[in-house]
Design a protein around this ligand. Structure first.
Ligand SMILES: Cc1cc2nc3c(=O)[nH]c(=O)nc-3n(C[C@H](O)[C@H](O)[C@H](O)COP(=O)(O)OP(=O)(O)OC[C@H]3O[C@@H](n4cnc5c(N)ncnc54)[C@H](O)[C@@H]3O)c2cc1C
Length: 293
């Protein structure tokens, strides 16, 4: 995509005709398939973590809970053909989001840093996890009200460059999901804010070379905003991808309140970057000092 000079060819409105659309700048916000970026040769970086999320809905008495619930223990058989080989703890978590309409969104997110990644049936992990939950929550087949659906979670700025040739990548298209928690909505919105500001400034410039210089600031702005935090998250993802570390963290970390307060703050991205308490300041300093993802 070369700004106004070269435009995308696609199927026209009818009869299979080819039409040509032109725009000075194009924002790719087409989600994790990243078709537009892929069509322009921007492949996923293999050195960045990736995740998988699956979810469904159940009618349940827990639909009016005030809090989202996370479960850190997602197990899978080491060898699906040999139960005696034991189980492995997966790096990820299950969630229960009350929707207040009689249903809850129940799902899980798992990182690709575990040796089990790629061989696991994630829908089956979900089914087996909910089967361990209290029966009165009714997370069972009889009360399931939606399909079990899943998608990839492209993380840690895993598709670059975020700007080249008139095309900016935003959100999942640019791999802007946090490896700490699998969340990408806030980062997609943040990218949209940065892109809107930069594109508006660029289009106000009359000459093409100044416009290009302004647009070229977008990748730096994205890295500055998310890069350090995502780099920390990538280290975290690699660590918990080791089943032994994951087991130790769950067994010895979860019961420690002070540690868990810190961990939840960093994982949920809740640290106050303008002051806050000691935890906030440590997390902000770590994110600032860590080289960008
Ligand atoms: C199971 C699961 C649970 C998740 N839970 C959370 C969560 O709790 N919190 C959180 O922050 N993140 C969560 N995420 C991640 C979050 O959904 C994404 O990071 C976020 O939606 C990214 O926003 P986006 O705008 O980049 O992409 P999307 O939300 O995927 O939006 C892209 C849009 O582009 C449209 N599109 C694609 N191609 C075309 C085309 N050719 N023409 C027109 N339209 C097109 C798509 O239909 C879609 O509507 C979850 C992901 C999964 C899979």
């Amino acid at each position: 995509m070369r700004g106004a000079r070269q435009a995308r060819r696609g199927l026209g409105p009818g009869h299979g005709e080819q039409s040509e659309y032109r725009a000075p700048v194009v924002l790719a916000c087409d989600g994790n398939s990243a078709r537009l970026a892929v069509a322009r040769g921007r492949e996923r970086r293999e050195d960045r973590p990736m995740g998988v999320g699956v979810r469904t809905y159940y009618s349940t008495p827990r639909s009016h809970d005030d809090y989202m619930e996370s479960w850190m223990e997602l197990w899978v058989d080491k060898d699906p053909h040999d139960p005696s080989a034991g189980r492995m703890l997966l790096p990820g978590y299950g969630w229960i989001f009350a929707l207040g309409d009689g249903t809850s969104n129940v799902g899980l997110g798992i990182l690709d840093t575990s040796p089990a990644f790629g061989t696991v049936d994630y829908k089956d992990v979900l089914r087996r996890w909910v089967a361990t939950l209290p029966p009165e929550w009714t997370f069972d087949e009889e009360h399931r009200v939606g399909q079990v659906r899943g998608a990839g979670l492209p993380m840690a700025l895993g598709r670059v460059p975020h700007y080249a040739d008139g095309l900016l990548l935003l959100g999942d298209a640019g791999g802007m999901i946090s490896p700490f928690n699998g969340e990408g909505i806030a980062h997609a919105m943040e990218a949209a804010r940065l892109a809107a500001e930069i594109v508006a400034q660029a289009l106000a410039r009359p000459d093409v070379s100044t416009r290009e210089r302004v647009l070229a600031r977008y990748p730096d702005a994205v890295r500055e905003e998310m890069g350090g935090y995502f780099r920390l998250g990538s280290v975290f993802a690699t660590l918990i991808g080791n089943p032994t570390i994951m087991r130790l963290a769950v067994r010895h970390g979860l019961p420690r309140r002070t540690l868990m307060r810190f961990v939840v703050k960093i994982m949920a991205g809740l640290a106050d970057s303008r002051g806050g308490d000691l935890d906030d300041r440590v997390i902000s300093a770590l994110a600032r000092l860590t080289p960008s993802a």
